[in-house]
Design a binder for this molecule. Structure first.
Ligand code: ZN
Length: 601
């Protein structure tokens, strides 16, 4: 396999075989000569040969004395073997030099530094204790032995990695600028991952595989079927199980030698600091502003580096906060939280699995760079990844803000606050429920179901078609005719994007996405929404969406437009007589309360 290939000198021994062959020929020719010379000549020649060999033995072998000289007529194969032999000699010479530089006066390998790795010390003490106890030694003898072994190993061991660790992590030990020191730092470090979802799963998986000593996972949620397309740390068998425990089991299957702590709680102002203080690096894999501000403030108050990632639809972002004196924090970049109804999360906007996979993996890489103290991190820079076009762009962030409320020189946030109040939404990744309209401007799903039934609208397209067939005595009826019939009985407008409308909708609904609605002229609005223009027409207009947020905004928007621009409409009726309402809870509530066969997403 190509990934198992180790760069370096070839171990091919063709060159050695060739040299052995040359010596044999030389000896054979000498034997022929010896038969023809006298005893005196023979002695002279033997003495000369011995002197030559002695002289050669005391000489320091140089590259030119070992590698055959270049013969202009030698073929390509010989040249290649000669080059390989030369490379091998150079490589071995370098390794020998390195070993020599690290050799102490007694011949032991000089440690790079005193080994104080806790795990290593603990392992050494435990193994020594158990060995002594098996031998039934007295307490004094045991203590003396433990002290001697610990001192010897900490002073003399070149590193703290066990044989198993060297074998398991060998491919990353070979990486320049990471090596044994990087691995030791990973093994003795602890990382907290907030969010066991699309970002948290790949991030935790790579960190566990790399051998981070302790990984903490924070998540209050349980695994659901619609998580699995992107949250690859969970399995079908774990649907309904706590995400922390599901991911922990998955990580332990990958690497049983690391410690994993589950924090199955809602992270809030009361729990955050206590959890955070036990870890070296914090990773933000959450999906809502409230949690992001909480994680940021807790990281600043405890002075811990924060690796932050996000993903939505085709795009992802990555940066590192609070890592270095000039590095900004999340509040420096976003001092004011966004309005809740402007926030789109994965549950609303959707996301592709490989996008969160890419960003989560990059977060793991940032953590490894921070812990191993190698490479340039994204501190002070923001990575923008557009998966649809395949572009990655990096922009520089402004330095730490002197006006920042938490990391500035005069902070106003010196302890954690109520982030639900600060952001206007809760510490969770679910879609917040907006309350834009008054109760009189809304209709519940049960009431709407009664209303549409009273107007003869069937609950599904299939029933509608079946009903029309009966009326027409078995004549085939086109489904579009039935839809138009339904729409004429009740005006229901669906404000979701076309891709969501395509998943499922009520048969009487017409798709008018909210974004399109916002950009229409008043005439287009009246025409598209088929607003009643005569006194005898039905004056009810309903809006519906996924969860009942956009539909409220649509009702508010239409009301304002008609109030401000209604005079320009030529109508027999007063637009104020229109009853424009939204369906509370949208299709989610419809599926929960009225029709459990309606597809939920
Ligand atoms: Zn700041």
């Amino acid at each position: 396999m190509s990934d198992d290939c180790v760069p370096g000198p070839s171990t091919c021994n063709n060159g050695d075989d060739e040299k052995v062959g040359e010596l044999k020929e030389e000896r054979n020719s000498e034997t022929v000569l010896i038969k023809e010379e006298s005893n005196e000549d023979k002695m002279k020649r033997m003495n000369a040969l011995l002197n030559r060999k002695r002289k050669k033995a005391v000489e320091t072998p140089s590259e030119s004395s070992i590698v055959p000289s270049i013969d202009k007529e030698e073929d390509e194969g010989t040249k290649r073997r000669r080059d390989e032999a030369r490379q091998k000699i150079l490589w071995e010479t370098e390794r020998a030099k390195e070993r020599a530089e690290r050799m102490g006066p007694q011949g032991w390998v000089r440690p790079k530094s005193l080994n104080t790795n806790k795990e290593f010390l603990s392992r050494t003490i435990q193994s020594t204790l158990s060995r002594m106890q098996k031998r039934d030694r007295d307490d004094k003898s045991i203590i003396r032995s433990v002290i001697m072994v610990v001192l010897t190993k900490t002073m003399h061991a070149p590193h703290s990695l066990s044989k198993e660790q060297v074998g398991r992590y060998s491919r990353q030990l070979l990486v320049a600028d990471f090596g044994v020191t990087g691995q030791e730092r990973l093994s003795s470090s602890s990382v907290l991952i907030v969010g066991a979802g699309g970002l948290g799963c790949p991030c935790a998986t790579y960190l566990a595989a790399a051998g981070v000593g302790t990984i903490g996972i924070v998540d209050f949620d349980t695994v659901s079927l619609d998580n699995l397309h992107r949250q690859v740390g969970h399995k079908e068998k774990n649907v309904g199980k706590k995400k922390t425990e599901s991911l922990r089991d998955s990580l332990h299957e990958l690497n049983s030698s690391i410690h994993i702590n589950c924090h199955s709680v809602v992270l809030d102002r009361h729990s955050a600091l206590e959890i955070f203080k036990g870890y070296d690096v914090i990773v933000d894999c959450s999906d809502n502003p409230s949690t992001r501000y909480l994680i940021n403030d807790a990281s600043i108050l405890l002075n811990k580096p924060l690796v932050s990632g996000s993903a939505l639809r085709w795009e992802g972002q990555l940066t590192v906060y609070n890592y270095g004196e000039r590095c900004p924090c999340y509040r420096c970049v976003f001092p004011v939280p966004p309005s809740p109804h402007l926030v789109t999360n994965c549950a609303e906007g959707g996301v592709l699995g490989p996008i969160v996979g890419t960003m989560g993996s990059l977060q793991a890489l940032e953590v490894i760079k921070i812990i191993s103290q190698s490479g340039a991190t994204y501190a002070g820079r923001l990575l923008l990844f557009d998966g649809q076009s395949g572009k990655m762009t990096t922009v520089n962030l402004r330095e730490r803000s002197p006006k920042c409320a938490v990391c500035g020189p005069h902070p106003t946030v010196t302890e954690l606050i109520d982030y639900d109040v600060f952001c206007g939404s809760g510490v969770h990744d679910k879609t917040p429920d907006l309350k834009v309209l008054s109760p009189s401007e809304r209709v519940g799903v049960a009431e709407y179901a009664m209303l549409r039934k009273s107007r003869g609208v069937c609950s599904s397209i299939a029933q509608e078609i079946e009903g029309r067939k009966d009326e027409n005595e078995g004549k085939s009826v086109d489904s579009s005719i039935d839809l138009s019939l339904s729409q004429s009985r009740i005006r229901l407008f669906d404000t979701r994007p076309p891709c969501e409308f395509a998943i499922a909708s009520l048969p009487e609904a017409t798709n008018v996405p909210l974004d399109r609605l916002k950009n229409m002229s008043i005439d287009e609005l009246v025409k598209t929404l088929k607003l009643p223009m005569k006194k005898d027409e039905d004056k009810d207009v309903f809006f519906i969406c996924h969860r009942g947020n956009d539909s409220q905004l649509a009702v508010r928007l239409l009301g304002e437009r008609l109030t401000n621009e209604g005079e320009t409409i030529h109508s027999d009726i007063d637009t104020n007589q229109l009853r424009i309402r939204d369906v509370v809870g949208g299709y989610q509530a419809w599926a929960d309360i009225v029709d459990d066969s309606f597809p939920v997403y």
